[in-house]
Write a protein that binds this ligand. Sequence first.
Ligand code: NAD
Length: 435
Amino acid sequence: MNIAVIGTGYVGLVTGVCLAETDNQVTCIDIDDEKIAMLKEGKSPIYEKGLPELLQKNIGEGRLHFTTDYKEGLANKDLIYIAVGTPQGEDGAADLTYVDKACASIAETLDHNAIIVTKSTVPVGTNEHIKETIQSGLPVHVTINVASNPEFLRQGSAVHDTFNGDRIIIGSDDKQTLDILEKVNAGFDLPIVRTDLRSAEMIKYASNAFLATKLSFINEMANLCEKLGANIDNVSDGMGMDKRIGSSFLNAGIGYGGSCFPKDTRAVISVGKDADYDMQLLENVVGVNERQKVILVDKVMERFKDIQGKKVAVLGLAFKPNTDDMREAPSIFVTENLLEQGAEVHAYDPVAADNARQILSDKITYASSVKEAVNGADLALILTEWNEIKAFPLSDYKQYMNNPVIFDGRNCFDLDQLVGSSVEYHSIGRPTVYS
Ligand code: NAD
């Protein structure tokens, strides 16, 4: 099929590349000249495992193209995917500015019938709005249909997830549109769920809201474990063996961040308000997460009382491992708090330092290795569980730090590993170890 993908961010680029890999002719459109110039040269603007190889392969084999020009990008396309950002607006609702702009550009340009497929996460009812907006701007002989095809990829394993996900959701109120989308998605060889338009939009929000709930739940249990002398790792293991509960998303930590959970939970609350329904559970999920973000700094202040002038090593800046994405990363909040307390922050992240610099500027020092960050530090905070950080030996903290006190926001080490390490170790939901 001939496909256009609008937006070449984490979702749009991965979608475009993977649709090309499954034998479609794909043109990706973005308004960012720099990004498109990079992509034309086969360079990925984002850090995502396996993406550069597939990008270059599909460009080389002539199935994948990039442009900033809607006319060129939409020419002869049967399917037009919208994958632009839907960030959080000031009132918590999803900001649909980018979606509206993309729709306006489609309406101005499209000269043939096509199906508009929304990948962006949008509030229930948005696809109907998209259909009306575009259709009303088109010449009378051009007709569009719309479908919702929400995205479930995880940053850090996005390409793998596209070919190995649990399901593909396609929603439309038009049977022929669903048939076509089912055919296009057959190449991924995954279970396909056909639904109506509004349910597809709702599935995405409900899924993210549920996962965020699981995280806030286990974080709340972790905080209680600390008060009661239990160990959250053991609790999670014991709970996760129950198939009704499942073991994923039961890792206690310093709260969820990233480009999806924070904004999507708030968007659902906002959608509830618009529908005159109070989302009590989700309000508290968000509240628990806000509290969790400060927990590590609280622990630091309780232990040290004053960190003015202390050298603090921050290990990991990305909101999770295997991505360079800093959107809503807990590290931003933690680092700013440490700076407010007068600490001197030396941070290390294997790939997110450039993106972090755009947010945290030169208020902190960017180290080029874990060893460099911890060297001479008075305390260290682990904020992202990169393998490289998990593999840094405890004995090296003892060797290089001025004072080997670790605050681990991701429970990277088993407490047994601490025995004999001479490291003071504070973590989440587990007893503090003074070895
Ligand atoms: P992103 O911010 O990484 O990328 C968006 C891209 O769209 C940018 O390159 C931007 O330049 C481009 N763009 C904006 N307006 C445009 C326009 N009018 N025409 C062409 N291009 C335009 O966003 P993302 O993380 O890929 O997320 C996209 C959507 O997918 C969001 O709704 C998000 O909630 C959803 N989603 C994201 C993830 C994720 O892990 N990132 C997972 C599932 C769903």
